[in-house]
Design a protein around this ligand. Structure first.
Ligand code: CAA
Length: 282
């Protein structure tokens, strides 16, 4: 497998394109917005520059990585010769279902269709295609060039050949694959989001301050970021949407999003991306 198309040039999409291109894959990065594509290439260039400055890659490797990336605003053009598509569009079910219908129409018959979704059912996404056996979850973590995990999600119909291919591919990217089945939140977010929600409840109930909650988890549990800082980093809207998937999917009140999280999302205090969440960012 060498020709990979990445759909969506936001934070996750540009990180995924970066990692494939750096490992010698030919990458078509697709987004409806030309500006978003330009921003993505600028971000990848900045992150490669940082790697060159640190001596972890050479200037030649940086140039080769950038040469491996071609940008497209047309999905049809961008996936025409793909052997694998990784969809990393906004976490919105209607949008993703529409993209997968289009991918099914325009990607070659043998092409594997992967989604970087953090919580939407792979079985549901697969159901709108004529190739559910070739649809799989390939969930990268942010920041993609740094985080070693790829959570691989088998939909109900995903074939063993497709899972094996994605496991091997993840290893070629120097990542560590973990295979999980398609149930709400998979594993990463089923465990992470209740922790974040509990941290928000602790703040809401006045048990401790933002700084105290994060310091306990950073210094006491050796987490690189406290749960409230991590929530700001992920985006409070994304946290709320994943908790809603867990709550609806399991019907268990333990996943009910904290009212403070709901209020902050309604007030558009979404974390780093809006300049304010549990912390201020300028
Ligand atoms: N792109 C590329 N490289 C980056 C980067 C980025 N966006 N951000 C940081 N880095 C690199 C730095 O260059 C540095 O590299 P070296 O180790 O080679 O020096 C390294 O990462 C550490 O960066 P910094 O020294 O600047 O900062 P730090 O030590 O505070 O680390 C962090 C930053 C890696 C983000 C760290 O704080 C961390 O691991 N945080 C937790 C991240 C996490 O939990 N991610 C998962 C979120 S959940 C998710 O993604 C899934 C979901 O579905 C919600």
């Amino acid at each position: 497998m060498n020709r990979v198309s990445v759909i969506g040039a936001g934070t996750m999409g540009n990180g995924i394109a970066h990692v494939f291109a750096q490992n010698g894959f030919s990458v078509n990065l697709v987004d409806v917005s030309k500006d978003q594509l330009n921003t993505a290439v600028a971000t990848i260039t900045k992150n490669l520059d940082r790697q060159v400055a640190k001596g972890t890659i050479t200037q030649g490797a940086k140039e080769d990585t950038l040469k491996n990336i071609t940008t497209h605003t047309s999905l049809e053009e961008g996936v025409k010769f793909a052997e694998l598509v990784v969809e990393a569009a906004t976490e919105n079910i209607e949008l993703k279902l529409n993209i997968f219908k289009n991918l099914d129409t325009h990607a070659p018959a043998g092409c594997i269709l992967a989604s970087n979704t953090s919580s939407i059912s792979i079985t549901k996404i697969a159901s709108v295609t004529s190739r559910p056996g070739q649809v799989i979850g390939m969930h990268f973590m942010n920041p993609v060039p740094v985080m070693k995990l790829v959570e691989i999600i088998n939909g109900y119909a995903t074939t063993k050949e497709v899972t094996d291919a994605i496991v091997n591919l993840s290893k070629q990217l120097n990542k560590v694959p973990c295979i999980v089945n398609d149930y709400p939140g998979f594993i990463a977010n089923r465990i992470l989001m209740p922790m974040i929600n509990e941290a928000i409840y602790s703040l809401y109930e006045g048990v401790a301050s933002v700084e105290a909650i994060d310091t306990v988890m950073k210094l006491g549990m050796a987490h690189p970021m406290g749960p409230l800082q991590l929530a700001d980093f992920i985006g409070l809207d994304v946290c709320l949407s994943i908790l809603t998937v867990l709550h609806d999917g399991f019907g268990n009140p333990k996943y009910a999003p904290c009212p403070l999280l709901v209020n902050m999302v309604t007030a558009k205090k979404l974390g780093i991306k809006t300049g304010e969440g549990f912390y201020q960012y300028q």
